[in-house]
Design a protein around this ligand. Structure first.
Ligand code: TYD
Length: 207
């Protein structure tokens, strides 16, 4: 059996990065090998591209192409080989982030972004995407506490509103692939939600 490809999405401060470790442990407990990776990044070249994107002011279309280039490297060198060996892959952000940030956030054409990424991905899609849905104010409060201030973290409330709207729309369009997690709750409540969600996925996958 091929491994399952699980992506994690949400606005900055949704807690998705913290909870991705929890998800990885649950899969391990189930007896499966699993890797945790992230975008942009995940391989040496993709991490180099990540640095270029996050540390510089870049033209939005160049940015779309760099995210897609980074994603292709990641897919070919890490994600696909792992899945083929039966290893599960948990990836913090993937294609939905490009739609949310570059299309809804920066105003670029959604179809063109999808086409560019189709070319990069050869039809590979996540088996499931967990959307960590948090209220805007709460998400921003959490990012400010982190004191990390890269370019994308310092955007306005209006920008984050657009990103949240993107995820809400994607979730409505693809309820079979995208599962929503209420990320406003306390950590132990979010963990309980994830336990239920993962149990139903494991049942569906017959594992
Ligand atoms: P990161 O510090 O990893 O943020 P987070 O912990 O919220 O994931 O930085 C990644 C940033 O890159 C994040 O603000 C979202 C953005 N991004 C895009 O704009 N497009 C993309 O396709 C991806 C993968 C990320």
């Amino acid at each position: 059996m091929n491994g399952k490809f699980i992506t994690i999405e949400g606005i900055d401060g949704s807690g998705k990065s913290t909870m991705s470790h929890y998800i990885v442990n649950k899969i391990k407990e189930r007896g499966y090998d699993v890797i945790l990776t992230r975008e942009p990044g995940g391989t040496d070249i993709s991490e180099m591209i990540r640095k270029i994107i996050l540390d510089n002011e870049i033209d939005p279309k160049t940015e779309v192409l760099l995210f897609a280039a980074s994603r292709r490297e990641h897919l070919v060198k890490k994600i696909k080989p792992a899945l083929e060996k039966g290893i599960f892959v948990v990836c913090d952000r993937f294609l939905d982030s490009s739609i949310a940030y570059q299309s809804y956030g920066r105003g670029l054409d959604e179809k063109k972004i999808i086409n560019i990424n189709d070319y990069a991905l050869n039809g590979i899609k996540p088996d499931v995407t967990l959307y960590f849905d948090v209220d805007l104010e709460r998400g921003l409060e959490r990012t400010q506490k982190r004191e990390k201030n890269n370019k994308l973290d310092s955007q306005s409330l209006e920008f984050y509103g657009k990103i949240k709207n993107a995820y809400d729309n994607l979730y409505k369009k693809e309820p079979n692939r995208i599962k929503r997690v209420d990320a406003n709750l306390e950590i132990n409540e979010v963990e309980k939600e994830l336990d239920n969600l993962l149990e139903s996925l494991f049942r569906k996958w017959k594992i």
